[in-house]
Design a protein around this ligand. Structure first.
Ligand code: HEM
Length: 242
């Protein structure tokens, strides 16, 4: 927040002629006389968006690469799916199309399984608007409730061998217990965007590059957010065309 505050001060003192990023647009909105934004709200918004959009997808992609490194069979099937897409492409000059994206069945299984295991958001918050009866308990009106998705994602009653990376468990489609992107009214607005980003990343990774892990790393800690304290280092080289 201190960094964002300094940025805000700096940009106000030296306004840019051409707006270059989202923060510039937020500042423009802030300076409009009739805006509902205050400086505090604008800073909160920037903070939340940085966390919600950048930290989440980059972590999910890192976890996916780590899980694929540890599961050669899954990596093999993923690579085959994407090589097939290239093989069946009519116009070889074309980039990835929407139709191809929608055909990535196994990729979506990898993404769901990664998000289930990654549990990037350890808790979502709600407020009881009226007394809620749950089993023998009553949650009184006005109380805050923290819903804990990892408790659901790692429960063996919901997912057999829950700690195992098993993308094939999604073969039958979505699972009603899955809440990696939250649920209800505050469902993550970035869900589909995340899936596109992850799928395009994986497509490029397995079709254009070869990679291997170097220098160890890859240990995960939860504090309670997911982190890689020693990073996760990979060496990437361009794939030779066969
Ligand atoms: C792996 C990636 C992501 C995960 C696991 C994730 C997860 C979540 C979760 C659990 C929530 C809370 C929902 C609730 O309270 O029920 C949420 C909300 C939100 N997410 Fe994401 N998210 C991801 C990516 C993104 C991206 C890429 C964006 C933006 C481009 C984004 C924007 C938001 C916003 C704005 C909200 C608040 C929605 C609201 O309160 O109405 N998220 N996300």
């Amino acid at each position: 927040m201190a960094m964002l505050k300094n940025m805000l001060k700096d940009r106000r003192a030296n306004p840019r002629k051409v707006k270059s990023d989202f923060f510039d647009y937020v500042l423009e909105e802030l300076d409009r006389g009739d805006s509902i934004l205050t400086e505090a709200i604008a800073l909160d918004l920037m903070f939340v968006l940085l966390f919600a959009s950048f930290e989440t997808t980059s972590l999910a992609i890192t976890v996916a690469v780590k899980l694929l490194r540890d599961n050669p069979r899954a990596l093999q099937e993923l690579t085959e799916e994407h090589e097939n897409i290239l093989r069946n492409r009519e116009n070889k000059e074309s980039g990835l199309t929407w139709k191809e994206y929608k055909s990535m069945t196994f990729t979506f299984q990898i993404i769901n399984e990664t998000v289930r295991l990654a549990n990037i958001v350890p808790g979502v918050f709600r407020k009881a608007l009226r007394d809620i009866k749950f089993k023998d308990y009553t949650i009184p009106a006005g109380w805050a409730v923290m819903v804990c998705p990892p408790a659901i994602h790692l429960n063996p009653d919901n997912y057999k061998d829950p700690l195992e990376f098993n993308p094939w468990r999604w073969e039958k489609g979505a699972s009603k217990n899955f809440m990696g992107f939250g649920g209800g009214m505050r469902f993550c607005v970035g869900t589909d965007f995340t899936k596109v980003q992850m799928a395009v990343f994986l497509h490029c990774l397995v079709t254009k590059y070869r990679w291997r892990t170097v220098r160890g790393g890859g240990e995960i800690v939860r504090t309670p957010g997911l982190q890689f304290p020693n990073g996760f280092h990979v060496e990437i080289s361009e794939r030779q065309t066969e």
